[in-house]
Ligand binder design. Sequence first.
Ligand code: HEC
Length: 120
Amino acid sequence: MKYSLLVASLGIASFLVANTASADAAKGEASFKKNCMVCHSNKPGEKKIGPNLSSLAGRDAGTEPGFKYSDGFTGVKWDAANLQKFIENPKGMFPKTKMTFPGMKDATERTDLLEFLGVK
Ligand code: HEC
């Protein structure tokens, strides 16, 4: 009896650990729809008022062909660390950016969002 209780609680504990440790692309998709999709598409070729985000991973900032970026929107490679910083506080990285998004303060939400966008 005691033993099976221990096994059951270990099972629950490892389930919780697995769930908090890994990024959740489904939550990331929900967050993208809520926070980003008014201005961005993640489908190749679809244009909105912000640059297309379909192949963001590893791309240099400010390089979508035909998109008119704000002054100084350059010099950064879009890896996970830089995207974390930018999405947390866009104006902190590019003071003159025309991305009028106040920033996403929740690190877990940012990580889920990047998982959804395919950025490791
Ligand atoms: C109100 C519209 C708007 C919202 C909301 C918005 N963005 Fe943007 N985003 C823009 C615009 C406009 C730019 C171009 C910035 C510039 O030129 O200064 C941009 C640029 C970017 C870039 C740089 C892409 C490149 O080509 O270098 C990334 C990455 C990005 N946004 C991600 C996001 C994410 C993730 C969200 C949601 C959390 C989001 N944005 C929300 C309008 C928006």
